[in-house]
Design a protein around this ligand. Structure first.
Ligand code: G6P
Length: 605
């Protein structure tokens, strides 16, 4: 999604802005731009290509400036063409970059048109630019504070006025914005990643805040227009997160980081203690009689997998809903239910809105399973389970997913213990299995060369079916999603028992059928499903636990996984599916870390 960076300094900040944009590229974008004040004039460059193209334009013009803003845009209002790329201007004076959507922009635009303002873009952003210009009397901070009072919707903005150099203002509502404090220089961005350095001092702006950056410091006004002080956080440099190291893509790097990410996520889990989730967790867990999980995308699939654990280990009724559906349907609230929002970023607009909707319906018990401690979702909930996946850059989520699974498994065992379904010896067994998981994952990662050979075959396919049963069905869904997202091969996942109710009609020699075959209680049923596909000439690609004794045969290609890993088996089985999608996409030459039309953090509806 869109990314923002802004800076004031006594040095040329254009390279800082470009570097920031490079670090925001992972979020997904279709155009980009930069504006700086140069000798009392606002100068601007835009590109509908990559940040590298923008950089080239800047090198050609040898632009230098000490005040500037920059943006990566993911089009919502107006096509991704040069004139809609941000920064957007009003009267060559006010320059603005904007994330989010202004819901009342049509009304505002009509009013401004009546006042003689002309619109040259199809964006909602131009309305904000003109609005600020109309209120500007030489004090940008005051004009921005007045302007945002009229905006409805979600936004983060950064603005400068060409006649106030060394001053950039920002505002946020529903979209994150952070400030990095420097020595006689200050910065603003939508994501700390855009502002790398050594250990840095950051302020995470709160809902409704308006900020003014100058060389000497920052001023912040809250939603009531009162000047406030916000806490300064020390944030460690993201150095290694934004370096590829020996890997070809961030997705590959992040797949291989999973053993470490899981190890970091369970580092605090010595016992399955409710305190892990917050100081009030014990009381909340004793009060609740069900769970309602809300999430989008890959996070939704981690919720679907967790449902199997929560109902089997903790025997607690669990409902999992796609956030964008839940927020708009009539549901029956249960105040004794714990609402769990799962979100890697903690900023996904639909998940956030669904959480707020649940609260408005009277759900007071809320929990976040989240990877970003400073995120809106993590701040909004009373309980928290933080994953420690580190920064995930690849748009296709991998390590965030497996760390969410681990966090949710810990929750299931904790609830199971409190509800009297998990005794001490079972706890010790689950703890041992969790601790061994990173090394079990390493042995799955070692299968990469075999998977590369399959990926070559997959790269010339246009369709694929994924089958799983029980708690591996959501893993099949995730495997199909990964393949779609980055290789653009159409893929569908089914619970294998549903095969004969429709998808079997699609099975021919041209249709690869990826099958997850753990050695669990459903194995005999799954073997029967495999035969149904073979009998129709389908080509099966089976990830089989070594103790299943499924072996290569005509039409049956097998990669042997380690021995069955019990309830944690889904975490092992998703990894080869990630690798299959990754290497298939490599063979097809797609832009793996930035797949077309997709964004890392979907902060608009
Ligand atoms: C986008 C990303 C997915 C992610 C989903 C939910 O679609 O491309 O990888 O699963 O958003 O994101 P969240 O940050 O809420 O987990």
């Amino acid at each position: 999604m869109c990314g923002i960076i802004g800076a004031v300094a006594q040095r040329n900040i254009v390279p800082v802005l470009i570097d920031g944009l490079r670090h925001l590229e992972y979020r997904g974008y279709d155009s980009c731009g930069v504006a700086a004040i140069v000798g009392g004039t606002a100068w601007c460059a835009r590109s509908v290509s990559r940040v590298a193209d923008l950089e080239q334009q800047i090198q050609n013009t040898q632009l230098v400036g000490e005040t500037g803003i920059a943006h990566t845009r993911w089009a919502t209002h107006g096509a991704p063409v040069t004139h809609n790329a941000h920064p957007i201007f009003s009267h060559d004076t006010i320059a603005i970059v904007h994330n989010g959507i202004i819901e009342n922009y049509e009304n505002l635009r009509e009013g401004l048109r009546t006042d003689g303002y002309q619109f040259v873009t199809q964006t909602d952003t131009e309305v904000i630019a003109h609005l600020i210009y109309s209120l500007y009397r030489g004090d940008l901070f005051s004009a921005v504070r007045e302007a945002v009072k009229q905006l409805h919707g979600a936004y983060a903005i950064a603005v400068f006025s060409k006649d106030q150099p060394h001053r950039v203002c920002g505002a946020r509502a529903g979209s994150p914005l952070v400030v990095r404090l420097g020595q006689q220089e200050n910065f603003l961005a939508s994501d700390t990643l855009a502002l790398t350095g050594s250990t840095d001092r950051f302020i995470f702006l709160e809902e409704g805040d308006v900020v003014e950056l100058t060389l000497d410091g920052v001023r912040i006004a809250d939603r009531y227009c009162s000047l406030v002080q916000r806490k300064i956080h020390m944030v460690k440099a993201h150095g290694s997160a934004v370096e590829l190291g020996p890997y070809r893509h961030f997705m590959q790097k992040e797949i291989f980081e999973q053993p470490q990410a899981i190890s970091d996520t369970i580092a605090q889990t010595d016992a399955f203690d409710p305190e892990l989730f917050g100081s009030t967790a014990s009381d909340v867990f004793n009060e609740i009689n069900s769970l309602l999980i809300l999430a989008c995308g890959t996070s939704y699939y981690s919720g679907l997998t967790a449902k199997y654990w929560l109902e089997s280990i903790a025997k607690i009724p669990t409902q999992v809903e796609i956030a964008s559906e839940y927020r708009y349907r009539d549901s029956v609230p249960n105040s004794a239910s714990l609402v769990i929002a799962i979100s890697q970023s903690g900023e996904t607009a639909d998940t956030l809105a669904a959480l707020k909707h649940a609260r408005a319906l009277g759900h007071s018990h809320t929990m976040a399973v989240c990877n970003v401690v400073s995120s809106t979702i993590a701040k909004l909930t009373t309980l928290r389970s933080m994953t420690h996946a580190g920064t995930e850059i690849g748009v296709a989520s991998t390590k965030a997913f497996t760390t969410q699974l681990v966090a949710l498994f810990v929750l299931a065992v904790t609830l199971g213990r409190l509800r009297g379904h998990v005794d001490a010896s079972l706890q010790a067994h689950y703890l041992k299995q969790l601790r061994h998981l990173p090394s079990a994952l390493n042995s799955v990662l070692a299968l990469e060369p075999h998977i590369i050979a399959w990926a070559e075959e997959f790269s010339c396919k246009e369709n694929a079916l994924f089958l799983g049963r029980g708690m591996h069905y959501p893993i099949a869904l995730e495997g199909a999603l990964k393949l779609k997202e980055i290789s653009y091969i159409h893929a569908e996942a089914y619970p294998a028992g549903e095969l004969k109710h429709g998808p079997l009609a699609l099975v021919t020699e041209a249709m690869p059928v990826v099958t997850i075959a753990p050695n669990d209680t459903l194995l005999a049923k799954l073997k029967a499903n495999i035969q149904e596909v073979r009998a129709r000439g389908g080509q099966l690609y089976v990830f089989a636990d070594t103790d299943t004794r499924i072996v290569n045969n005509e039409g049956l290609h097998v990669i042997r996984m380690p021995e069955h890993y019990g309830l944690l088996s889904p975490i092992l089985h998703v990894v080869p599916l990630q690798l299959l999608a990754y290497h298939t996409a490599c063979a097809r030459g797609t832009d793996i870390d930035k797949p077309r039309n997709l964004a890392k953090s979907v902060t608009v509806e």
